[in-house]
Design a protein around this ligand. Sequence first.
Ligand SMILES: [Zn+2]
Length: 307
Amino acid sequence: MEATQIAIPGDESHRTNGVSKDHSVAWKDERRETHSTKYHHDQEEESDTLDSYPVINQLSKSLSNIPSTFMDYRKRLKHDDLSMLPPDRVDPRPRRTSSGSRPDRSPSATRMEQALADAKASTKENLVNCYRKLLENLGEDVTRQGLLKTPERAASAMLFFTKGYEEKLSDVVNGALFDDRNDGMVIVKDIEMFSLCEHHMVPFFGKVSIGYLPDQKVIGISKLARIVEIYSRRLQVQERLTKEIALALTEAIHPTGVGVVIEATHMCMVMRGVQKIQSKTITSTMLGEFRDNPKSRQEFLALVRSH
Ligand SMILES: [Zn+2]
């Protein structure tokens, strides 16, 4: 399976084939603008490392314990395998109730749920502490009334923004596949998408359009939106998100062709830029028939673009 990105004609300044290139160019330009206004730095030359930003550097150090705890918890959720749990929490022996019948939920499953709940609670607690440190490092008074519950709220929000780590394709797809002899193209346009750019941890958001050519199987339409949720509710880059959605759909229903187009606004560009407010980044992935057959691709793109 090979993913290809194609150029979409349109506003050439933003809708280029190399989206990441476009992105980085915009960043470089903005950095120069920042230099010229000298809001933050006096030096003309500075490296691209975080060392140039003492506050952010300090912040990233105080946040450095997030990934292990956070990801341990998320990774644990990804596996049904009990071996992922701490040994003292695993109880492989099936128990019976006093009446001799099997309980609805096995003790080991209950223990696993408890272990996950514990892991989630401790992750959340770590995040709350990190956000409190973050506020302090920004020079804020964390005891003032407006901020008292902010670390807690921010931690909850971040867990929600990244809840895609806790979801599996199989959970979404199970029971939502249907036989279909019709081999017409299926297109769902403008699925809303909210994600976090992994370079700045600020939002990028926009619309996802998905098309596929079924091979005997179709998937419930609402499930396409669920698939978008799985992969967008994580730290992402738009190019990878596009590809992952296309590959997930391929894995789920083995269609003869898949096309995914995402049009998004990146707040890391918009908020820093001076005249970047209207900038949109468009990415696409075409697989199978959509990649190999220009007619299918054109039909898909024409339908996606029509309003
Ligand atoms: Zn970014």
